[in-house]
Ligand binder design. Structure first.
Ligand code: NFS
Length: 645
């Protein structure tokens, strides 16, 4: 596709990244723009801004502001979901219903709402009210923080970082980083932690729970990923952005026989829906809508010449789209009251007329089909099995009569699974797309690490073909492979969109509660990586994961590089007080060795047996293959010879 862009003389994020070197002062967090005596670029030893602000204060402030912006974006998505739930409960919407009343009841109980003898609609209405109130709450603690392990809550309370209300913490960061306020870097970063927790254990968690309630809690299904999901003979509609609200209705519209007949009238054989970014993850997880790819595929999809409409809502939408779409017949349609883009068509979405609006948009796309010229859809596509909600993981491991995390904990305790790593986050054109995600996933699997994924990282693995049960046979180490064989699960689990990183928090909490892996999330042999991150949301996620006790590695760049002190606060400083930390590591090889070292350290602290892969792999298909392909040791040596234990 990049060659095609070259031959057509088109720009992409890849070429623009080449032409635009990142500003080194900004990249390292050394540029202070919070007042207009500056901007001050603090680059020399001992230099300060006009007000006297030190490099430590400036980098900490920049970091905290990025966390607040990321938390705001995620949480606002959660707020919109809560308002949709309210509207559905009041019978004001068109086309929506409550698909998971069990999850609604569970959420109600967690929020302290009585469920006894109550109708679904009435309950949903009260749940929505309580969720909406979380945003404006001024005192106390956000309710969902209560879900964390007891020891974790103790740490948060001692540090006074339990969020009071979701909006309140974001405003607090903006206030305290205003000119002339908080100037102690550690104190500023404590508030960054509190704000990030209002995302992870607040806004994002509300988004995940309510999306499941409204659109169904995901369970595995088969789908496909990569640009090859676009169809040469059908009207292609690509949904891009983050919220499932509109995309679910578009899906309903494209399945309508009238709409299909209308497409046929226009010469297409049908209407095909595909996703990009986290809207894709939402519809992929629940409905199996194929994914056209992750963040850096948004321009490439248009360049196929086969997309009639790209419908976007919020977040991660490049401003370059309408200009690029102009070169083809594609219509870019913005739909959120928060997002208008010059050159795009704006059709504002409204839940009250959701299905009608969705049908109008789909008809527009169909009308555009006859304008299609030459197409170039790459013949690249991979099968995948997404849909691993924490509820499903629980069920998958134990079956319906003994659903439990026990088998997962046991597998880690025995050393079959060495540890668990979440590979998440974006693509960034400063690095080869997906290269770091793919490298890390393969190395981790070889080392018997169970990988869980969300966001664009998950879509990278979908395209790679490792989200299939049989991928364990090819890529997993002997112990992990045994577990995958026993359960049928893929060695890389797709847990959803970026707001669904909260599912990972829930899984970790349930692992703690199950017993045998310590008393807190920080005891579990686990880590998180965002090797190709680019968004402020990624910094919020990294911070709430660290605050929850996880070891987090971020690739690409260190946004606080300008200050050694601040870099150390995020790493050793946070580790000391939270048991979790953020390290910025550029080289994927180094990420792997740091993760394995961390996981083995946690195993040793729990007095678990040392990782020894050769103890496993004697079961299941390995034995069958002995008969066919020769002795196990030889095959293991060929496959894992280079793997250190
Ligand atoms: Ni996450 Fe999802 Fe992707 Fe990055 Fe953007 S889509 S919310 S921010 S680029 S992973």
């Amino acid at each position: 596709m990049l060659q095609r862009a070259d031959s057509l003389g088109l720009d992409t994020a890849f070429t623009r990244a080449e032409q635009m070197a990142p500003c080194p002062i900004g990249a390292n967090g050394q540029c202070c723009k919070v007042c207009f005596m500056g901007p001050c670029r603090v680059v020399k030893d001992g230099q300060t801004g006009v007000c006297g602000a030190t490099i430590e204060t400036i980098t900490a402030r920049n970091f905290a502001r990025a966390v607040a912006a990321g938390a705001a974006a995620h949480s606002d998505h959660g707020r919109d979901m809560a308002f949709t739930l309210k509207a559905v409960a009041e019978g004001e919407t068109q086309g929506y219903k409550i698909r998971d009343p069990f999850k609604l009841k569970k959420l109600a109980r967690d929020l302290g709402i009585s469920t006894e003898g109550r109708e679904v609609g009435e309950l949903a209405s009260e749940v929505a009210d309580v969720c909406i109130a979380q945003f404006g709450q001024q005192r106390g603690e956000v309710s969902m923080a209560e879900r964390a392990p007891e020891n974790r809550k103790k740490i948060w309370r001692e540090l006074d970082i339990v969020p009071r209300g979701i909006d309140r913490e974001v405003v607090d960061v903006l206030h305290r980083t205003h000119m002339g306020d908080d100037q102690d870097p550690e104190h500023i970063l404590d508030q960054a932690l509190k704000t990030s927790l209002s995302d992870g254990w607040g806004g994002s968690m509300i988004a995940t729970d309510i999306s499941d309630i409204l659109f169904g809690t995901p369970a595995p299904l088969v789908s496909q990923a990569n640009l090859g999901v676009l169809k040469d003979d059908e009207v292609n509609i690509v949904v891009h952005g983050h919220e499932p609200t509109l995309s679910e209705m578009i899906l309903a519209a494209v399945s309508d026989p009238e709409i299909i007949a209308y497409a046929q009238e226009k010469g297409a054989s049908g209407v095909s829906l595909a996703g990009i970014c986290c809207t894709s993850n939402e519809t992929l997880m629940r409905q199996g809508v194929p994914s056209a790819g992750n963040f850096l595929h948004q321009e490439l999809a248009i360049m196929t010449g086969a997309v009639e409409a790209m419908i976007v809502d919020v977040q991660c939408i490049m401003q370059a789209l309408p200009n690029l779409a102009d070169k083809f017949h594609t219509e870019v349609i913005t739909t959120s009251p928060k997002v208008k883009i010059t050159g795009a068509t704006h059709i504002q979405f409204d839940e009250h007329r959701a299905l009608d609006i969705a049908k109008d948009i789909v008809r527009r796309a169909i009308d555009n089909f006859p304008n299609r010229e030459e197409t170039a859809i790459p013949d690249v596509v991979a099968d995948l099995v997404p849909g691993f909600s924490h509820e499903y993981i629980n069920y998958m491991l134990g079956g319906s009569f003994r659903a439990s995390f026990r088998p997962l904990n046991d597998a880690i305790m025995s050393g079959r699974i060495r540890g668990v790593v979440a590979d998440v986050g974006c693509n960034n054109p400063r690095a080869t797309q997906d290269a770091a995600h793919n490298y890390l996933v393969r190395e981790l699997l070889k080392n018997d690490i169970l990988v869980v994924e969300t966001g664009c990282g998950a879509l990278a693995s979908g395209k790679l073909g490792v989200m299939l049960g049989e991928a364990a046979l090819e890529w997993a180490g002997p112990g992990l492979r045994e577990v995958c064989e026993a359960t049928g699960m893929p060695p890389v689990l797709h847990l959803g969109s970026c707001v669904d990183n909260t599912r990972i928090l829930t899984v970790l909490t349930q692992m703690v509660e199950e017993g045998g892996l310590g008393d807190d999330i920080s005891d579990i042999p686990a880590a998180g990586i965002a090797p190709e991150w680019m968004s402020e949301k990624a910094l919020s996620i990294a911070s709430y994961c660290a605050a929850s006790g996880a070891y987090v590695i971020m690739g690409i760049t260190n946004p606080v590089e300008g200050s050694e002190l601040v870099t150390n606060i995020l790493s050793a400083g946070w580790e000391q007080k939270l048991g979790g930390k953020i390290d910025f590591v550029v080289e994927p090889e180094e990420m792997v060795s740091q993760i394995l070292e961390h996981i083995d350290k946690k195993r040793a602290a729990l007095k678990l047996p040392e990782y020894a892969p050769k103890r496993f792999g004697q079961s299941g298909d390995w034995r069958m293959e002995d008969l066919v392909d020769g002795p196990l040791e030889e095959r293991q040596a060929a496959l894992y010879g280079a793997v250190s234990s």
